[in-house]
Design a protein around this ligand. Structure first.
Ligand code: AMP
Ligand code: FES
Ligand code: ZN
Ligand code: ZN
Length: 351
């Protein structure tokens, strides 16, 4: 097996690209795929201050490494979820990576800072762990990015993640979610800009990237995600991909190129005609933490209450982000634009 670029012996085959690569050229391939996604979707500019949400897994460590090597100023954010035998170890990998490169890692710990962990919080709120976890992470990602005045929040979602979410949305024709399934969500009042630079790389690519760059990462999956329907969608897509390499990326990139705008147009039209909910009038701000919310308390604060926790860190500091953004609020006039920024919707869209 020879590298398609230099004809030296190859260490990996990328079947969807019908290519084999040596170590150097595979690492360059990963860098190019990320740069291409960043350019194509206008994800980042060179002077942006970037916050990377880092779980200690292969994807988020790979994206942090790639961004840093590309010259971006990128700090990390790790959220300790209090999941026994998982969270402690994943934190070790995130910290070790940051220390080895002299990078800044912001840490938030749910049990220490908010008085609850995901397993007990989910039980108390009668919710699936992944759902309680998603609400917590999204809130804390937004809060940290706004408080730190970062321009963009980056996550390590990869091609497999996005194709699986798309597959689920298509299976049920969840057109609203399809309209919002984008690799870039623009900043809005109370929400930072969020981007996914790894949409052109598979899970196998990011694992190989980490191994070739000697990045130690948490291999074990979260024990609470067993039975999660997205894992089933990933397996289904993997067996299709095995028989027909390239199908997964054609499916996802074809959606972005050919279909996404159509769903978006239909969705904006429907929303403008008032056939959607919640309406812009329903959207206010959480009276405790000031995050955008459709109720007096936001989904996160309600979860903290149900879980018997309490916010020990300065909730309400998101309000400073809101003040900074107050001038923008006049631009957010349509119901559709408001809806596109709704956190609840993102949860349902599986982002
Ligand atoms: P997941 O939702 O577990 O598939 O993770 C998707 C992305 O969210 C990861 O690639 C990370 O960027 C981010 N992420 C997940 N868990 C954490 C965490 N505990 N702390 C910080 N970021 C996380
Ligand atoms: Fe959130 Fe597993 S990482 S429930
Ligand atoms: Zn080569
Ligand atoms: Zn709140």
């Amino acid at each position: 097996m020879k590298c398609v670029v230099c004809r030296e012996s190859a260490v990996i085959d990328v079947r969807r690209a019908n290519s084999n690569f040596c170590s150097d050229h595979f690492l360059r391939f990963c860098q190019e795929q990320m740069s291409r996604a960043i350019r194509e979707f206008d994800m980042l500019s060179p002077t942006d201050r970037v916050l990377v949400a880092v779980s200690g897994g292969k994807d988020s460590l790979a994206v942090w490494d790639l961004l840093q090597r590309s010259g971006y100023e990128a700090d990390g954010l790790y959220v300790g979820l209090g999941i026994d035998g998982y969270s402690d170890t994943s934190g070790v990998y995130a910290r070790a990576f940051a220390e080895s490169r002299g990078l800044k890692l912001i840490e938030i710990d749910l049990p220490t800072d908010y008085g609850y962990d995901i397993p007990t919080g989910a039980r108390a709120a009668r919710r699936a762990p992944c759902s309680a976890c998603g609400t917590s992470k999204r809130h804390l990602f937004d809060k940290a990015a706004l408080e730190g005045s970062y321009d963009v929040l980056v996550t390590g979602h990869n091609l497999d993640d996005e194709a699986a979410v798309l597959f689920g949305n298509v299976l049920r024709w969840q057109t609203e979610y399809l309209a919002r399934q984008m690799p870039v969500l623009q900043a809005r009042v109370g929400f930072p800009k969020k981007v996914k630079p790894l949409i052109r790389l598979s899970e196998r690519d990011t694992a190989a990237y980490c191994i070739l760059q000697s990045i130690d990462y948490m291999v074990e999956e979260c024990p609470m995600s067993a039975g999660n329907k997205h894992l089933g969608y990933k397996e289904a897509l993997n067996s299709i991909e095995l028989a027909s390499p390239g199908t997964k990326s054609d499916f996802y990139s074809g959606f972005l190129r050919k279909a996404s705008a159509l769903f978006r147009a239909e969705y904006l039209e429907k929303s403008a005609a008032g056939r959607d909910s919640p309406s812009v009038e329903d959207l206010t701000y959480c009276e405790r933490c000031s995050a955008p919310s459709t109720a007096s308390l936001c989904a996160f604060c309600r979860l903290v209450d149900k879980a018997g926790g309490s916010a020990r860190v300065g909730e309400g500091r998101i309000a400073s982000g809101l003040e900074d953004n107050a001038a923008q609020s006049v631009r957010i006039t349509t119901r559709a634009e408001r809806l596109a920024s709704s956190t609840t919707r993102e949860v349902e869209a599986g982002q």
